[in-house]
Design a protein around this ligand. Sequence first.
Ligand SMILES: Nc1ncnc2c1ncn2[C@@H]1O[C@H](COP(=O)(O)OP(=O)(O)OP(=O)(O)O)[C@@H](O)[C@H]1O
Ligand SMILES: [Mg+2]
Length: 274
Amino acid sequence: MATDVHGAVTPKTADGASAAVRVAGLTRSFDGRAVIDGLELTVQPGEFVALLGRSGCGKSTLLRVLAGLDREIEGEVSVPRRSAVAFQAPRLMPWKKVWRNVLLGLPGRPERAVAEQALGEVGLSHRTDAWPKTLSGGEAQRASLARALVREPDLLLLDEPFGALDALTRIKAQRLVAELWRRRGCAVLLVTHDVEEALLLADRAVVMDEGVIAYETAIDLPRPRDIASPRFAELRARLLDRLGVDGPTDSPADSPSSSGLADGPAGDGLADAA
Ligand SMILES: Nc1ncnc2c1ncn2[C@@H]1O[C@H](COP(=O)(O)OP(=O)(O)OP(=O)(O)O)[C@@H](O)[C@H]1O
Ligand SMILES: [Mg+2]
């Protein structure tokens, strides 16, 4: 678990059989350009994986494929029957009250109580009967999370769910996801641009580049995570390096502002640290 794996990831057949996600030789092209190009990825049941990578490298494309929203693919993809996705934009229907939004798309005629329970889990009981336009950004995001939770997913796909939130709301939302993950025990694949977020939440971070998982590392830090620990700083520096902060003098353009470059050893000698 504590071993870093460098370079391309090859799923083991034995693991693959019981995996929550198994992707083999996945290719997705747009207009003849392969955005995903022979990608391999395995996620174990209950595992929390953070997916990082430069803007435009294909993270959302991969999530859409895993969510079954895009089937124009080559290769093999296997996901649990019950999976759910939450996008950066909460995508609530404005003409339906919050609780009805939460139940949207569920099979059968689910009871209001199902929505109430999920809204309770994300701390939104008091907004059950609200209209979406009256929600704050953080509340809308939590409603979106509740909508994912009512599906009782074995795989939760989160595409930059905290991207639009202010710093404090973001920290609360991160804690909420960590708690829900612990409680529910589902596998999570979280797309994020924030290296610290990945290191605070995930068991493993994978970096997408050139259409494949170009790098991965186990996040072998005890929970709750201490961002001041040397190992945290080491992992942060290594991931930032892999994200294209090529050397000590490069601008951290692709890295999040919250990554604490100023207090982390993201500089000297780290180009080859991995
Ligand atoms: N439906 C589409 N038609 C054509 N090109 C597309 C389509 N969807 C995605 N692409 C292209 O595929 C590439 C990857 O897009 P994707 O949205 O997966 O990137 P991303 O890694 O999620 O980026 P970001 O971090 O900015 O969200 C981009 O160049 C994008 O323009
Ligand atoms: Mg995206």
